[in-house]
Design a protein around this ligand. Structure first.
Ligand code: CLR
Length: 418
């Protein structure tokens, strides 16, 4: 099969697409040798910005809680290039990741190589907690600064004439224990553009939100090429004292605008910073992503992603369609056997470090997710990330679920070394 022919097959498979991403049969050159369970690492490729709120000192200008919200917003904006552009940079275009199997894990760490050891070590644990639909849960933990980021991700996709439209499910919770402050972060919808032109890329759309337990509320609006300024990856973020204040845009305390994959500027008040009066907010091209370190494959556990997918990944790198298929089937058949055995024993796969939480049943007084969602008027149902609790879309989506990190389970872990 020539790549042009297989591309046609792919376009046809997209045309009859049913919403389940694993059913897309893609030609080898659009396949990435990396599993989706690895994508959790993108949350922390600027560890210094993630930890920055811990080091902000009080002074007489803005309240320290507002300064921390600005820092958290900066960290969030800094994650976007890694999350949504890194395949274009390393693989030459957006790719179809490997679809993680249930129980697949990915772990790694960011070491602090500086002399002062202000940041200390930061670790990542990522686990595939659901296969149908695919859901990945993760936690990023820095013990030295008592900071923990946890969350989970799922996607639902639909095909339009030219683009693949993706809604994200899940959210992140960022907790600064020393500060007694937590942030809820929602995930923006996106679409994959450029499929027909052989060069797929992500464009973010609509909005995402950050809610601080101190009340501050950030609204981030995304647009692609054309809408605000004709440039790609454009955004505008406004920081408000609270959700209620956000109902009037003029009440913004700060406005940030620019490109999340390049440069953005910040100014006080509700008008967009102009290049002359604005102060640089974040400059992605001057802020290299810091990649985590992962143990060599030989030292990995069979459930660890790179070990489990090794033969498939090699076949993808060789571009050998038959071999890819053969190696993938081996892995998938093993998984099918496991599920059959579980069914026969009336057992279910034990999640390693995360628990499913049912917010409609479990009594969860003082739950921080509920508290922050209420502050931000966000739904706590199993709906797309960022859906307003008053919206018509506020209805549970089949198969979706909420997941929480269980630090104790991780502390008891003996088989998996970071
Ligand atoms: C996963 C969670 C991360 C952010 C993120 C980035 C890119 C998204 C990915 C998520 C989910 C899977 C995704 C991918 C871009 C392309 C890929 C939607 C949301 C699909 C499955 C690929 C389809 C095939 C094309 C290349 C045509 O934090």
């Amino acid at each position: 099969m020539t790549s042009a022919a297989s591309w046609t097959t792919f376009i046809k498979s997209i045309a009859s697409y049913n919403g389940d991403l694993s059913s897309l049969t893609a030609p080898p050159f659009i396949l990435s040798p990396t599993s989706l369970v690895e994508y959790s690492q993108y949350w922390s490729e600027h560890v210094d910005l993630l930890l920055e709120p811990n080091f902000i000192v009080d002074s007489d200008d803005d309240p320290v809680e507002l300064k921390r919200m600005i820092a958290v917003t900066r960290w969030f904006i800094s994650t976007l290039k890694s999350q949504y552009c890194s395949r274009n940079e390393t693989l030459g275009g957006e790719k179809k990741p490997l679809n993680p199997f249930l129980g697949e894990i990915f772990v790694g760490k960011w070491e602090d190589t500086s002399k002062e050891q202000k940041l200390g070590e930061t670790i990542l644990v990522s686990e595939q907690v659901s296969h149908h639909p695919p859901i990945t849960a993760y936690a990023v933990e820095n013990k030295k600064n008592n900071t923990i980021l946890e969350g989970y991700n799922g996607v639902r996709a639909s095909m339009s004439t030219t683009a693949l439209n993706v809604r994200q499910f899940g959210h992140a919770l960022l907790e600064y224990r020393n500060l007694d402050e937590t942030y809820l972060v929602t995930l923006p919808p996106l679409h994959i553009e450029g499929i027909l032109a052989f060069s797929p890329f992500v464009e973010l759309e609509q909005k995402s939100y950050i809610q601080s337990s101190a009340g501050y509320y950030t609204v981030i609006e995304y647009s692609g090429r054309g809408y605000f300024s004709g440039k790609k990856n454009t955004f505008k973020a406004r920081i408000f004292k609270s959700y209620e204040e956000s109902l009037k845009k003029e009440k913004a305390l700060y406005t940030i605008s620019g490109q999340w994959s390049e440069k953005s500027a910040i100014a006080k008040g509700s008008s967009s910073p102009s290049s002359s009066k604005g102060e640089t907010f974040f400059d992605a091209s001057n802020y290299e992503a810091q990649h985590l370190t992962v143990k060599p494959i030989d030292d990995q556990h069979p459930l660890e992603s790179r070990k489990a997918w090794k033969d498939v990944a090699e076949a993808i790198r060789k571009g050998d369609f038959d071999l890819i298929h053969e190696e993938k089937s081996k892995l998938e058949n093993k998984q099918r056997e496991l599920r059959k055995a579980e069914e026969a024993n009336n057992a279910k796969w034990a999640r390693r470090w995360f628990d499913e939480v049912d917010y409609s049943k479990d009594s969860l007084d003082n739950d921080i997710f509920i508290t922050l969602s209420n502050l931000a008027h966000l739904s706590i149902k199993n709906v797309a990330s960022g859906v307003d609790s008053g919206s018509a879309k506020n209805d549970d989506v089949e198969g979706m679920s909420h997941w929480r990190f269980v630090p104790e389970s991780f502390d008891k872990e003996t088989e998996i070394k970071i």
